[in-house]
Design a protein around this ligand. Sequence first.
Ligand code: SAM
Ligand code: CA
Length: 252
Amino acid sequence: MAINDETKTESSNEGQESGHQEVRYKSLLQSDALYEYILETSVYPREPEPMKELREITAKHPWNIFALTADEAQFLNMLLKLVNAKNTMEIGVFTGYSLLATALALPEDGKILAMDINRDNYELGLPVIEKAGVAHKIDFKEGPAMPVLDEMIADGKHHGTYDFVFVDADKDNYINYHKRLIDLVKVGGLIGYDNTLWNGSVAAPPGAPMTKYVRYYRDFVLEFNKALVADPRIEICMIPVGDGITLCRRIN
Ligand code: SAM
Ligand code: CA
């Protein structure tokens, strides 16, 4: 699905009659003022300088909607510290905003295997990551993530070795990532799947207006959410920060 489809909203009388808000807002909170309050009183005053710099660089990118919101980045950073994450993975890097939030949270000898099919966007953020003094924690691999996961599973050395994995790439593959990541993450470790509320569209009535991009991936996200709740190997918690992140804790 082409990213410029993102801007085209399909109109539907049915959706308007149902009163459902058009599904394309970045924040899931009901009031913009409430969201501004969170940012202005809790996030921006404590935002590390490199996070601010990279957020501002990313905001100028035509696909800026890809990046985590600043409040979710703050949440991710805190979460990584709470679980004492050291060996981590990120699928879907873009300009490296969530990657920097991760790298800043890890100890000096922490590691992030970071994968993205696009190196150019990563390189936009890389100078900021280097200046922040955390680039040594990152092993960036350009290319699709799935073959890398398959290789790690095949060589047997990586089973149960990851403390934390953040998945924020092709939503139609989340279920396939999960099949592999459940082996690679430690028992007691966490996988965070981003955008599991998918612009609020997961709860939109049939026929609600939404962009073609949102509509295209919606069924994949709905199926994925169902699969997680039925998976006895994990405990889950869906957190309505950003576009929704589902945390999965491996229990066996
Ligand atoms: N996590 C980033 C952040 O918050 O700043 C945003 C990631 S963006 C939503 C999704 C990224 O996934 C894009 O940069 C895209 O190139 C990448 N991607 C798409 N398909 C992929 C694949 N099969 N393997 C690895 N990366 C992929
Ligand atoms: Ca995301």
